[in-house]
Design a protein around this ligand. Structure first.
Ligand SMILES: C[S@@+](CC[C@H](N)C(=O)[O-])C[C@H]1O[C@@H](n2cnc3c(N)ncnc32)[C@H](O)[C@@H]1O
Length: 352
């Protein structure tokens, strides 16, 4: 998924850097898990994984990829659905995805607020999704909820279907990276007909744990060999940049405002988007966390001062900083750094 700071393409390198330093463990706490890409990687290596994030759509992904640890057969639901000709050759999840892809369309909250026709009464109608794709998102989301209410799917199956939708939506959104604004002209991707995608199922031998909320509340109560920190590195809060994914995940008909149709995110603000408060929280994690090794991904554009991080870490154990070039996330709203392609990615390592 396109997500600011997604470590999908970097996690292999991070693992390699740890491996050559003989930093290993049996458990990891992915404290700021976002798309869950780091959690997924370590789950595949059979670590016991704990993940957490302030965003509910991240929790949906965590539940599907990290907590779920079985092959779900959707048996109750499949008994209710029309028999498909190719049911012998495709997985239960594929059968359900195919069914969801062909339902008659409903005009729901996403169509009414984030498509040009649905929001045509506004001075500036919103162009996040084509009219058809907006209805398709509503149709699929409403159907998943109905199956849950009717007790036709269990919790795992519910979160897997929601995760399929969350992973699919960004491919059809008329945005340039984040959901804080829509584009004034249609991107060709947004005009394609939405096709719900499958997600991978990852199974390991542990009881993995997932949390929705402020990770600071978990620091003292959870224990893992490795704490992996990948906090926001600038003033941009995540919640407003992904507000529509949050609304699709919750489907809670929120009050929305402004040109972009933003939902309230008062309770989802991260202190890491503030230099001083971010430093205080980092200090809290380092001093109170129960870990053997703490790894923090950050970069040379991060708002917390490098010398402050170094001093803090040196006071708490054996410390090392690794810096390497990495292609930055490109966004249209980067101001002065618009043309800068490379920043230094940092990996702070602290061993107790
Ligand atoms: C740089 S992103 C993490 C990216 C992630 N490693 C990935 O690969 O997708 C930072 C994440 O931290 C989350 N976050 C920020 N402050 C938080 C807090 N206090 N508690 C939990 N999550 C927080 C944000 O919602 C965001 O998803």
């Amino acid at each position: 998924m396109r997500f600011i700071g997604n470590k999908e393409n970097l996690v292999e390198k991070i693992y390699h850097l740890l491996d050559i330093r003989k930093i290993k463990g049996k458990s990891i706490f992915d404290v700021f898990s976002g798309t869950a890409s780091v959690s997924k990687y370590f789950k595949k290596l059979n670590y016991k994984v704990i993940s957490a994030d302030l965003l509910y759509f991240s929790y949906v992904l965590q539940r599907a990829y990290i907590c779920n640890n079985i092959n779900n057969n959707f048996s109750k639901l499949l008994k209710e659905l029309p028999k498909s000709n190719n049911s012998l050759f495709v997985s239960p999840l594929e059968l359900i995805i195919n069914y969801l892809n062909t339902l008659p369309l409903i005009e729901g909250f996403i169509y009414q607020n984030y498509t040009p026709l649905g929001s045509s009464k506004l001075n500036i109608p919103r162009m996040y999704f084509s009219n058809e794709n907006g209805k398709k998102i509503d149709t699929i989301r409403i159907q998943i909820e109905k199956w849950k209410i009717d007790d036709l799917i269990n919790e795992n199956e519910y979160f897997i279907l929601l995760a399929c939708l969350i992973e699919t939506v960004p491919y059809y959104a008329n945005i340039s990276g984040v959901f804080a604004a829509f584009q004034k002209n249609w991107d060709s991707r947004a005009l394609k007909s939405l096709n719900l995608r499958l997600i991978e199922n990852i199974i390991n031998k542990h009881e993995n744990l997932c949390y929705y909320g402020n990770s600071m509340d978990l620091i003292k109560s959870l224990e893992a060999d490795i704490f992996y920190l990948d906090p926001p590195y600038n003033e941009r809060q995540y919640a407003p940049n992904y507000h529509i994914l949050e609304t699709i995940a919750k489907y809670d008909y929120p009050e929305i405002y402004g040109i972009s149709g933003m939902r309230d995110y008062t309770n989802q603000k991260s202190n890491f988007c503030n230099k001083e408060k971010g430093f205080e929280e980092l200090k809290y994690i380092i001093e109170n966390g129960k870990y053997k090794t703490l790894i923090m991904s950050y970069n040379t554009e991060g708002i917390i001062l490098k010398e402050n991080i170094i001093e803090l870490m040196k006071n708490n154990g054996e410390f090392e900083l690794i810096e390497f070039d990495y292609l930055r996330f490109k966004s249209n709203s980067n101001g002065v750094n618009k043309n800068k392609k490379y920043i230094q990615e940092q990996l702070y390592i602290l061993r107790r």
